[in-house]
Design a protein around this ligand. Sequence first.
Ligand code: S3P
Length: 426
Amino acid sequence: MIIKPIKRISGAITVPADKSISHRAVMFGSIADGTTRVNNFLAADDCKRTIEAFREMGIDIKVKSQKAKGNSLEIHGKGLHGLKEPQGPIDCGNSGTTMRLLSGILAGQNFYSMLTGDESLSVRPMSRIALPLRLMGADVRGDYPPLKIRGGRLKPVDYKSPVASAQVKSCVLLAGLFADGITSVTEPLPSRDHTERMLELFGVKLKRSGLKVSIKGRQKLKARLLDVPADISSAAFFMVAASIVKNSKLTIKSVGINPTRSGILDILKKMNARIKIKNKTSTPEPMADLIVETANLKSTTIKGSFISRAIDELPVIMVAATQAKGTTKIIGAGELRVKETDRIKSMSEGLNKMGANIKVVGDNIYIKGPSKLNGACLNSRGDHRTAMSFAIAGLVANGQATIENTECILTSFPDFKKTLSKISKL
Ligand code: S3P
């Protein structure tokens, strides 16, 4: 992908539907009783893997694409025990969410399954979910993909997760649906709560108390009608773009602003960004229009729950920090090292190649700005968010940036380049 510097950004856009919520809609709809309908589903590669996985287990899922309305789904759920044994390995592609959440459901099934992934997913740690599932009595082989799961009757667990990870929390809660008794998960910091919200929408009772969530096993899910908001993680690229490109004003419509995901709004505001939040609604996921204008950004410190509430947005926040006055500190961002690529490494190396001043000490990142960036040849290492973050950096660089390996953008934002072109004024 070639990115040329632009003069300003202006207009209004809608970014794709939320990836996390789309995955969950397919999974929960498949194990619910009855027909679940989903409006505004993200029909990108990652979520298509989740659909295929459930189709392979006998669930009838219809995808309808309508230009004006986006994609909608009709899922004919078969209840907690309606899945059938898959004929072969389930290929999760690049999708960690598919593999980790699905494992929780498979642990409760009376059959054998094997989950595989692409090159990037195959080196991502699965011990974080295998461990609690083994404690619950499932036979889970493999601490990295492929994962082999022989499920069955599970026993409940009171699990203290060492990492703030919605994928781990969700996996354990889903397995808890198949256990006799009450399963709990406690996290060190709050992670996104889409699983909790959606399970409640499907009629499942949960107990939430601070960082602990508990679920009673054997509760049935009732089919529902769902609306998926636009993905704040995809909106993030454009929030940063409109903040750093001079003379810009951009509206991003109907963005999910769930407080466990909206760290980027708070971080950018601390950095002096000009963001207005308008037309708030709740579906039960809160959403709103975001109006972003160019600002003189200043540095900030990002740590603790700001890390977990903005985990997928940190790469593009690093881009914003290169244009902010002072030293932005991102402290304790180790989880970035186990994403689609080691994002601390890929982002700091790429941005430094463009002329940024970034130092990495262990899992802490120090970004001194503002820096004049230069166009360079950058490699995404197959990571969609790294690729799109480099594209945003390219908008304020001198000269042309070439980003290699951008196929991966299809996993979350197939129309990224088109959306960017629409609002870029040369
Ligand atoms: C996700 C949770 C996050 C996030 C990922 C999607 C989810 O991962 O990085 O892109 O849908 O639950 P962790 O739970 O590992 O932090």
